[in-house]
Write a protein that binds this ligand. Structure first.
Ligand SMILES: [Zn+2]
Length: 88
């Protein structure tokens, strides 16, 4: 499944209306009939080394992760679910 933001697509249709003349209304009708899903945007963060050097801290929620250590940092924050792929 590929999730897209239909609101952004409608804006695209509006901003470039002259490019989407053919079939635009049909496309909008189809999009409006499709079911929506509950999805939260993915939060991106990074582990921050703490002064105590025991456990790293999440850059999003600030919680120390007792699941992660400085040598084996998890891919997700166990407190807020942020994906730890943010670059320095
Ligand atoms: Zn967090």
């Amino acid at each position: 499944m590929q999730l897209i933001d239909a609101d952004e697509l409608f804006k695209e249709f509006e901003n470039h209306a002259w490019e989407y003349n053919t079939g635009r209304e049909e496309a909008e009708d189809i999009l409006l009939r499709f079911p929506t899903v509950d999805a939260e945007p993915v939060k991106h963060g990074k582990w921050i080394d703490t002064r105590e050097k025991l456990y790293p801290r999440c850059s999003v929620c600030g919680e120390m992760s007792i699941d992660a250590t400085h040598t084996n940092k998890g891919m997700y924050c166990s407190s807020c679910g942020a994906k730890m792929d943010e670059k320095e």
